[in-house]
Design a protein around this ligand. Structure first.
Ligand SMILES: *[C@@H]1O[C@H](CO)[C@@H](O)[C@H](O)[C@H]1NC(C)=O
Length: 207
């Protein structure tokens, strides 16, 4: 790791000098201080945001390099199941069992979302975040709900006015094989606005 390299490089320099012991000790202290400063900068990061060009950004970059070099963290950050789909084609819900099929899949890391059915099928246990925006097409309302398998989980209502819309965000604990989707809630004939104004997205938050 990078922090270890800093220590061993400065240690080697030290042994080449005369009075190697003192110099070596000094360098070790400098390296330790450097590592502590880096850690402090990292802790402070949560409170203040990084402005490009500032010294703190350099330390942040170094820490990001260290994080990238750790296989598990890299795996967690890059392979987290994530999807985002929008409704391109307007859809009419005419039956209580109708599922909204968000047909334009823009992101689908892990391939859990199926645009032909509108269903997200879980491959890893964990806590997930889902967000759904439904806009009504015309002056009728849209009653919708987010389902976890065959059960109502959260409800939504796009108001009875042209372009009435609502966004519902839900956190759900899911297990492999669970299915999440957006469906009709009342069974009336209701039109969902397409043209990418209605969207469905989700990702694994934590295991
Ligand atoms: C709204 O509904 C009308 C009538 O069904 C349809 O022709 C139109 O494409 C829909 N518009 C959108 C953006 O969903």
């Amino acid at each position: 790791m990078l922090a270890n390299n800093i220590i061993s490089e400065t240690t080697n320099e030290g042994t080449q000098n005369n009075g190697a012991k003192t110099s070596n000790h000094k360098n070790k202290m400098i390296a330790t201080t450097l590592v502590l400063v880096l850690l402090c900068a990292y802790c402070g990061k949560a409170a203040s945001s990084c402005n490009p060009g500032k010294t703190t950004c350099v330390t942040e970059d170094v820490l990001h390099m260290i994080m990238r070099a750790t296989p598990n963290l890299k795996n967690d950050l890059e392979r987290r199941p994530t999807f985002f789909a929008s409704l391109k084609t307007s859809q009419t819900l005419a039956n209580i069992i109708d599922i909204v099929k968000f047909d334009d899949t823009k992101i689908n890391i892990g391939g859990e979302y199926d645009s032909s059915t509108g269903i997200y099928t879980v491959k890893q246990n964990g806590i997930y975040i889902f967000s759904c925006t439904i806009m009504a097409n015309g002056s009728g309302a849209v009653h919708f709900q987010l389902n976890k398998n065959n059960h109502f989980y959260t409800g939504g209502y796009a108001a009875k006015s042209t372009y009435g819309a609502q966004t519902v965000t839900s956190l759900i604990e899911l297990r492999t094989g669970d299915k999440v989707y957006i469906k009709a809630r009342t069974g009336g004939t209701e039109k969902v606005y397409g043209s990418h104004f209605s969207t469905f997205s989700g990702y694994l938050l934590s295991k």
